[in-house]
Design a binder for this molecule. Sequence first.
Ligand code: FEO
Length: 165
Amino acid sequence: MLSKEIQDALNNQIKNEYFSSYTYLSMAAYCESINMQGFATWMRLQSQEELAHAMRLFDYVLNRDGRVVLHAIDKPQTKFKSLKEIFQIVLDHEREVTGMINRLYEQAISENDHATSVELQWFIQEQVEEEKTANEVLDKLKLAGDSGSALLILDTQLAERSTVV
Ligand code: FEO
C-alpha cells in the first residue's frame, strides 16, 4: 500500500503534470497566433506528452491500490513577448519539474517505498531529455536573434516533430 504521504505527493504531481500540459497548450496558442505553425505543432505535442506523464502517475497510484484525488489546475501564462521568452520559460519550468521529481524520489527512498522509487526513475531520466531539448531550442533561438529567415528555418525544423515520448 502507498503511504498517505506518498499518495498525496503523487496526486500533487499529477496536478503539476496537468499544469505543464496547460502551459504548453497556452504556448501553442500563442505560436499559432503569430503563424509559427512548426513551433505550435511542437508545443501541442509537448502538451500531449505532459498528459501522458500525468496518466502514467494516475495509473501508478491506482495500480498500487491508492486513491487518485484530482486537484484544481492553475491558470497558465497567456501572454508572451517572443519565442525566445517562451523557451526560456520552458527551460526554467522543466528545471523546476526536475526538482519536484527529485524531491518525490527522495521521499520514496526515505520511506523505503521501492516500487515508487523505481517508477520515479523513469521520470528522472525523462527530465534529462526534457531539459536537453528545451536548452537546444533556446540556444538556437538565441543564435537566430531577430533574423526572420533563421526563425522560419527553425519553425520548419520544429514542425518535423511527430512523436509524443
Ligand atoms: Fe512532465 Fe515536461 O515533464
